[in-house]
Design a binder for this molecule. Structure first.
Ligand SMILES: Nc1nc2c(ncn2[C@@H]2O[C@H](COP(=O)(O)OP(=O)(O)O)[C@@H](O)[C@H]2O)c(=O)[nH]1
Ligand SMILES: [Mg+2]
Length: 361
């Protein structure tokens, strides 16, 4: 699997058709120069994607979630000329199976039933279009981009989430994204529990010329981030992305630790953290909801990053999260390369989820 953090220096002779395809894994070698060249190819993809390219990528990466849902939909509609109660009931089951969740499903089905009874919807195609509208209406309110406060210097972003959710990977992608927007970015290696975590961030920072503030494994996470804020202030950084340990949300002591990190940060800057981004792995489905509730209660989450939407059929959980939590979705992760962090766009997501063409395609 391609992982730009863990990846060892790469390839001696890349095949021509592999050069621009960061999704294709490459055999390891020790040639550092070639590795860097190859890494740059990966990064180029992040810097210059067109709108059409991004949509095509999103659509390709959402294949599993889409196929699970739309194959069921086409079976429902097969041979149907009219909309009846049975069709709506089956649609309800399909939405629940797709992890859309009880509340969002109920809202959708109620709205569609109402439109059918008012004879606004006359055939399955009209129902499909109305379904798309409803799905978009659920996601639109949570489509809120990350806004960097220009006067914060630094705008502190605390990344939280359980082990393996994709925090550190997302920090790398986000750092690149913000750098491309001309922000000066610094990273704080706040995951001091895992020996490899500090190194992972440092190596990546070195490769990408992004400063990383770190102490040794076992250091106090709050202290690392506190020092990093001071340093970022002195260096007039625009953004500080702070990594934290992947803590199990059911372990109160770990939640307490996060609360402490937040308290300590506030001693440095009363407005910080300016954002607390919760990274959620979409492939855990409904469990994402419990995680969101617990983290939100503990540290007040300002935005979500939903990762691993590629390779899972549980992408529908995003509707569930939007409907029940209403927390802004800032970004989605649809793969392991730098280009695979996308600013969340409700319409593009629904179009990719339902396999509808989108504007500009
Ligand atoms: N397929 C896929 N893998 C991802 C995505 N985001 C992260 N990962 C992988 O998930 C694993 C755990 O990520 P990591 O950032 O170390 O998680 P952390 O423990 O929360 O810091 C790594 O192998 C990442 O490459 C994503 O959007 N898609
Ligand atoms: Mg990590």
């Amino acid at each position: 699997m391609f992982d730009f953090f863990k990846k060892k220096p790469i390839v001696t002779e890349p095949k021509l058709d592999n050069v621009n395809n960061p999704m294709l894994d490459q055999p390891a070698s020790t040639d550092r120069t070639e590795a860097q060249t190859n890494l740059k190819e990966t990064e180029k993809v992040a810097e210059t994607p067109t709108k059409t390219g991004l949509f095509a990528r999103l659509k390709a990466q959402l294949t599993k979630s889409r196929e699970a849902f739309t194959s069921g939909l086409s079976r429902l509609f097969l041979g149907k000329k009219q909309i009846d109660d049975e069709l709506l009931e089956e649609l309800e089951t399909l939405l629940l199976q797709a992890d859309v969740g009880f509340e969002a499903t109920t809202q959708i089905i109620d709205a569609l039933t109402d439109q059918v009874s008012r004879q606004v919807l006359k055939d399955p195609q009209a129902l499909f279009d109305a379904l798309a509208e409803q799905l978009e209406a659920i996601l639109s309110p949570v489509e809120q981009a990350l806004v960097i406060h220009a006067d914060a210097k630094p705008h502190v972003v605390l990344m939280v989430g359980i082990n393996g959710a994709g925090k550190t990977t997302t920090i790398g992608k986000l750092a690149k994204y913000l750098q491309n927007q001309q922000h000066k970015v610094m990273l704080a290696a706040g995951d001091t529990f895992r020996a490899a975590a500090v190194e992972q961030l440092q190596t990546w920072g070195e490769r990408n010329q992004i400063p990383v503030m770190a102490q040794k494994t076992g250091a106090d996470s709050a202290a690392v981030i506190y020092d990093a804020i001071h340093s970022a202030k002195a260096k007039k950084m625009d953004v500080l992305l702070a990594d934290t340990a992947g803590r199990l949300h059911t372990q109160n002591n770990l939640m307490d630790e996060l609360k402490k990190v937040k308290r300590v940060i506030q001693k440095c800057d009363a407005d910080a953290p300016h954002d607390v981004l919760l990274v959620l792995d979409a492939s855990i489905g409904q469990n994402a909801l419990n995680q969101a509730k617990e983290f939100h209660q503990a540290v007040g989450v300002t935005g979500l990053v939903i990762t691993k939407l590629d390779g899972t059929a549980k992408g529908g959980v995003i509707f569930n999260l939007a409907q029940t939590m209403g927390i802004p979705v800032k970004f989605i992760g649809v793969g392991e390369t730098l280009a695979d962090l996308q600013v969340f766009n409700a319409k593009a997501f629904v179009d990719a989820f339902l396999d509808r063409p989108t504007a500009g395609q």
